[in-house]
Design a protein around this ligand. Structure first.
Ligand SMILES: [Zn+2]
Length: 402
């Protein structure tokens, strides 16, 4: 019989996040967590391999529900191989579960989305060498044509059903504009299938949003970005997002997408149980600074930002360019939330892991460090660098090794 992998992480801070142990111990057996607790309060199995994580912090592995790529590889390649490479990029950033996102770039024909969903279905079945693929996030294509995104078109139930059928039902979240014709019927249909419907790239009014909530819409795509701003007499969808408990709000906390005081405002309205941190990373995240010619645009990567310009570039950079995803990885978003927004780490961990797991209904397996749950663990140093990442008890990233 094959010996079960048994190891112990000890002497570091452990954020479960429901409890914090300043000097904690985690025991892993096989792919699950066997025990978690304060040093001395946990039985260490004889012969277990031990890793000293003094000065570091162990948290549940992060979730990224909005990731288009990273390190030079894009999800829309539509191959298992590209997905696997992105999964390795995610694991480097402490992400142990992710939803590869369609919709990045200028054109997003049905065939391309379908190929990507099929590749994700394969990645779910076969497994990957990094972060676990839990399904697909469809960012569009059913968006408001006035907003930037892919190539927008009206919602199509038959198109969506074909994607679900051929991908082994890989789609877990879809973002669309609830105000476009046919959207309400579409939301009713997808939420009936257990897919999370999300508002994104939309000009929805407050009333439009309420109608969508009534038929099951429960999530947002990068809250505040590509949505109508709040006006005190015409509040727009954002006022509904902030005040309705049915909605969990996604935020891109990288200091570029949203001002920190607006994140604070959101947290005062939503609390830390109804917010999910995602990256909107693209294939350009993690690439050296420079200008990349792709998708009919110039993509400028500079100091942790990724922006899209049209043909005109002034002084090397066009300052009013559209944001084209975040240049910062999820561990850096966590750092930003703690250091720039001022949120305690245990609350940030909920937003980077626990809440997303609950939204995808995987909370019984993932999203916290508790006995019986999968050993998906991120170990960070005091500057939020990811030192180690474990997925189902297997090491998928170790800082300093290739
Ligand atoms: Zn996106």
């Amino acid at each position: 019989m094959k010996q079960k992998n048994v190891f112990v992480l000890e002497k570091g801070k452990v954020v479960t996040p429901f409890q914090v142990f300043e000097k904690g111990t985690i025991v892993v057996e096989g792919e699950r967590i066997a025990a978690v607790g304060a040093a001395g309060a946990v039985d260490i199995p004889r012969g277990a391999e031990k890793a000293d994580i003094s000065g570091m912090v162990a948290t549940p592995g992060f979730f990224d529900l909005h990731c288009h790529g990273g390190g030079g590889r894009g999800i829309m390649d539509g191959t298992y191989e590209a997905m696997n490479e992105v999964s390795k990029f995610c694991a480097k950033n402490g992400v142990t579960s992710f939803l590869p996102g369609t919709g990045y770039g200028e054109k997003c024909p049905h065939e391309k989305i379908l190929a990507t969903a099929i590749a994700a279905g394969k990645a779910i079945k076969k497994g990957t060498d990094g972060s676990e693929v839990l399904g697909v996030f469809m960012e569009g294509p059913y968006m408001n044509p006035k907003k930037t995104g892919g190539d927008e078109r009206p919602p199509s139930i038959s198109e969506f059903d074909e994607i679900m059928d051929k991908s082994d039902e890989a789609v877990r979240v879809i973002a669309l504009a609830p105000e476009v014709p046919g959207a309400i019927e579409f939301i009713k249909h997808v939420t009936g299938l257990g897919v999370v419907a999300s508002i994104g790239h939309s000009d929805a009014t407050y009333d439009d949003l309420l109608k969508a909530i009534d038929v099951g819409l429960s999530y947002t795509c990068h809250t505040f970005n590509e949505m109508l701003p709040i006006h005190h007499r015409f509040p727009g969808a954002i006022a509904g997002v902030l005040t309705r408990d049915e909605i969990t709000a996604e935020i891109i906390a990288d200091g570029v997408h949203v001002h920190p005081v607006v994140i604070r405002l959101m947290l005062r309205c939503k609390g830390t149980d109804k917010v999910v941190m995602s990256t909107d990373n693209s294939e350009f995240t993690g690439m050296p600074d420079g200008t990349y010619d792709k998708y009919g645009s110039k993509i400028v990567v500079r100091e942790g930002t990724v922006k899209k310009t049209k043909e005109r570039v002034i002084g090397g950079i066009k300052e009013d360019a559209t944001i084209a995803g975040s240049g910062m990885t999820l561990n850096q978003h966590v750092k930003y939330m703690v250091q720039n927004v001022g949120v305690p780490l245990r609350e940030v961990v909920k937003m980077a892991s626990t809440n997303a797991s609950r939204l995808l209904r995987t909370g019984n397996l993932k999203g916290s460090l508790e006995p019986g749950k999968l050993a998906d663990i991120a170990v960070l140093d005091d500057d939020f660098n990811v030192m180690m990442t474990f997925v189902r008890g297997r090491i998928r990233h170790k800082r300093g090794s290739a």
